[in-house]
Design a protein around this ligand. Structure first.
Ligand code: AN0
Ligand code: CP
Length: 316
């Protein structure tokens, strides 16, 4: 695999899920594959899971790993062409991406949606520009429109817990005080769409996800009806899409409670984390055995290890 920006870099999703589960069973089996290779992790936004799991995944393959919180510790980056740089930005992404490439064999990048300009986010302006300037493979640790490493870990978790070939998976919007990106629900819908699962999406008006990511999914505006018979409930907040990037609803009735979970087929509760307790989901649900959020987070390590392994094999 020459890069991992989105599902489009994955020829066979099911095969990659199984590869990641194989890595999980024996994480030390490729501990020399990345010897003398350097992974550079570049963060434009905060992280707990992605940062630690990616670092560990790289180390398990023998890689040297460097981490930089560029937004906090680096120069402000300019991305526009032909700009007279007499404002806040001290460095252009052209030099930054090319310089980081000098020190690294693989670069992993996190750069969230800015939620200001829909076209800018939709076109993955920052990620695309970085990839164009970088001279080594790039791995997406959440970009404007997608979080494919999370989706891979989510599919592993569903695979480990499913009791039928085609489980009923419900992706439900849940309230949150701040405007969050659509990257996680986009990728989740897109990756589940490539599996045997049945996907039902439920959200209030104004929150319709880009159809590019939700092909094949059913939409049910009534959350309770959507939850009926669900094997997996994946809760996530995202900001509105029409108008773009706003908090249109704070409706607490969308929070996942034990009562809502009782509508499901003894469904498992999923969330990518970080999660706001008693806003997205109640303590009772999150602390019950139906919650598999910690397993999802654990699988991030092996999902990323499988992806790094593929990219290292491509580098040779
Ligand atoms: C981020 C988001 O919603 O995209 C990261 C999730 C993995 N979440 C928050 O900013 C709370
Ligand atoms: N799920 C996830 O990506 O978490 P972090 O934002 O903490 O990395």
């Amino acid at each position: 695999m020459k890069q991992f920006l989105s599902i489009n870099d994955v020829p066979d999703v099911s095969e990659l899920v199984h590869q990641a589960l194989t890595v999980k069973r024996n994480p030390d089996a490729w501990k020399e594959l990345g010897l003398y290779k350097t992974l550079g992790m570049i963060f434009m936004n905060p992280s707990l899971r992605t940062r630690l799991s990616t670092q560990k995944a790289g180390n398990s393959l023998g890689m040297n790993v460097m981490v930089m919180n560029v937004a906090q510790d680096g120069w402000n980056l300019e991305t526009g062409d032909g700009v007279v740089m007499d404002g806040d930005a001290q460095e252009h992404i052209r030099e930054a991406a090319r310089v980081i490439s000098q020190y690294c064999d693989i670069i992993a990048l996190r750069s969230f949606a800015r939620l200001k300009n829909q076209e800018e986010d939709r076109s993955e302006a920052f990620l695309t520009r970085f990839v164009d300037e970088a001279t080594v493979p790039v791995i997406n640790m959440e970009s404007a429109t997608g979080h494919p490493l999370q989706a891979l870990a989510d599919l592993m978790t569903i695979e480990e817990h499913r009791s039928t070939t085609a489980p009923r998976v419900v992706l439900t919007w849940a309230p949150h005080p701040r405007a969050l990106p659509q990257a996680v629900p986009n990728s989740f819908a897109q990756w589940v769409g490539k599996s045997d699962a049945e996907l039902i999406i439920t959200h209030p008006e104004g929150y319709t996800l880009d159809p590019e990511f939700t092909a094949g999914a059913a939409f049910e505006p009534d959350q309770n009806r959507a939850l009926e018979g669900a094997d997996f409930v994946y809760a996530k907040n995202w900001s509105s899409t029409t108008p773009y990037g706003e908090v249109l609803s704070r409706d607490r009735d969308w929070m996942i409670t034990e009562e809502k979970m009782s509508l499901t087929n003894q469904g498992k509760f999923m969330h990518c984390l970080p999660v706001r307790r008693n806003v997205i989901v109640t303590d009772e649900v999150l602390d019950s055995p139906t919650s598999i959020v910690i397993e999802q987070a654990a699988n991030r390590e092996f999902a990323t290890q499988a992806v790094l392994k593929r990219v290292l094999e491509w580098i040779g």
